[in-house]
Write a protein that binds this ligand. Structure first.
Ligand code: EPZ
Length: 419
């Protein structure tokens, strides 16, 4: 197992490019199934979750090959199956996103129930009820989803909560449905807009992404395309928080502030100077941050749950105390105990966590508990005196192409070692 060794306590300084967005490229890879053609994805990040998605596509009879550093060419002309194995579903629970596209393309699909994950139960009831609204017959007994859709029929679907995955799954299924589908109370994340833009490039008629109502005019034959994936806003938030916490001046190429304005607003309140233009985001910090008003996670455009652990790590030495409220997932404070090993003072009670700023943090041996919790340990280690050993870094590799490379480009003393 590899480890990250971080020597903290020094200010950052430098420039890094932001990788393509994990949470955009995963639904886009599922969407390639809608076109019996070739698709070229530029700016595609090399991640464990992308590898898992490629294995799912190959298991269905498609091919995918890397061309150059960040271009992935997917060819779905050879699609011959409609089954996603249990092993692959367990490897990446967001594989449920493939259900709508497989149904739209093949008329049937078989996936095992995606388990929960480190964040707690990850239900897909909204995905299934929406697909049934479109005419799919789904037998979900025994842990395997047996789905049939002789003919998907567009109609209005109302989501009881703005689920990102359900919105994406239903957009893809609706492309294969006759007539028009509207998804009310849709999620509004930028990744949904990226999916709409990809589908449009393939010839689909999709509108409204980014608002609460998405419309799809289904039944149109789709073709391949060349598409550039949007930059990863959570990776950008991670590196902004790293600079905020350790102090220094960084520039993040391709980062788009309009995608993470709730995060930059909190960092400005904490005392950072942040400037952005179409080239990227610059952040300067003296390192000792001020306390900020309560941070409550919410669906976009609220504060992103994926940035909660990362911002918490940046505020561990703030002047004062900060209240966090995690409203999206049941089990998203698993990083707290690991941060405490570095000297952090955090009290958790239910959905709330109170961070009391400490004068200093010290290096320690810590263990990643999940993707963003692992990234948070790296952020905290940069502000800690001495050396921190971060283990179980496989979690981080699910969403960060090369966190050590990027943080080194920003001036951090961080190395990856292989056991
Ligand atoms: C996406 O997960 C992201 N993953 C998550 O990022 C992100 O945290 C989340 O959206 C919220 O922004 C990908 O895009 C691959 P949801 P998703 O459906 O689609 C409940 C990361 O770190 N819910 O919007 O699973 C659910 O339990 C990951 O990159 C139902 O009850 O999120 C949760 O409480 C972590 N029934 C809430 O909705 C359903 O059918 C939001 O979930 C679906 C969801």
């Amino acid at each position: 197992m590899s480890q990250l060794i971080v020597r903290g306590g020094s200010r950052l300084g430098g420039e890094a490019g932001i990788q393509g967005a994990k949470n955009s490229v995963l639904p886009i890879l599922a969407a390639t199934l809608l076109t019996a053609d070739q698709v070229e994805l530029q700016g595609c990040p090399r991640l464990r979750d992308v590898d898992a998605s490629i294995r799912i596509l190959e298991g269905l009879g498609c091919t995918a090959r890397w061309e150059g550093e960040d271009v992935l060419v997917v060819d779905t002309r050879g699609l011959g199956g409609c089954v996603v194995s249990e092993a692959l579903m367990r490897e990446m629970r967001s594989s449920a996103i493939f259900l709508g596209a497989i149904l739209a393309r093949c008329g049937r699909a078989e996936l095992s129930y995606p388990g929960g994950c480190e964040l707690g139960p990850r239900p897909i009831d909204l995905h299934l009820s929406g697909l049934r609204d479109l005419g799919a017959e789904i037998d979900d007994a025994g842990g395997v989803l047996h789905c049939r859709a002789r003919r998907l029929q567009g109609r209005e679907i109302v989501l009881s909560l703005p689920s990102v995955g359900a919105t994406e799954n239903l957009m893809l299924a609706a492309c294969g449905a006759a007539g028009t589908t509207t998804i009310a109370n849709a999620a509004r994340e930028p990744e949904i807009v990226d999916l709409q833009d990809f589908l449009t490039a393939c010839g689909a008629r999709v509108s409204g992404a980014g608002t609460s109502t998405v419309s799809v005019e289904g039944g149109r034959p789709l073709h391949g395309c060349t598409y550039h994936v949007m930059p990863d806003r959570i990776v950008a938030a991670t590196y902004l928080c790293a600079a905020a916490s350790a102090g220094g001046e960084v520039f993040l190429r391709r980062a788009r502030e309009e995608h993470l304005s709730t995060v930059t607003a909190v960092l400005r309140e904490a005392g950072c100077s942040i400037f952005s233009d179409k080239k990227g985001i610059a952040c300067a910090s003296k390192g000792r941050l001020s306390a900020v008003r309560p941070v409550r996670t919410a669906p976009y455009p609220g504060f992103p749950t994926d940035a909660q652990a990362i911002l918490m790590a940046a505020l561990l030495r703030c002047r004062g105390a900060v209240v966090f409220e995690e409203n999206m997932f049941e089990n998203r404070y698993r990083h707290v105990d690991e941060l405490a090993r570095m000297g952090a003072s955090i009290r958790v009670s239910g959905r709330a966590a109170v961070v009391t700023g400490v004068e200093r943090l010290h290096g320690a041996s810590v263990r990643c508990t999940d993707l963003r919790g692992g990234a948070a340990l790296c952020v905290a280690a940069l502000a800690a005196e001495g050396e921190t050993e971060v283990s179980e870094t496989g979690h981080i590799d699910r969403g960060y192409e090369n966190i050590a490379r990027d943080l080194r480009a920003l001036g951090a003393d961080i190395l990856r070692t292989e056991d």
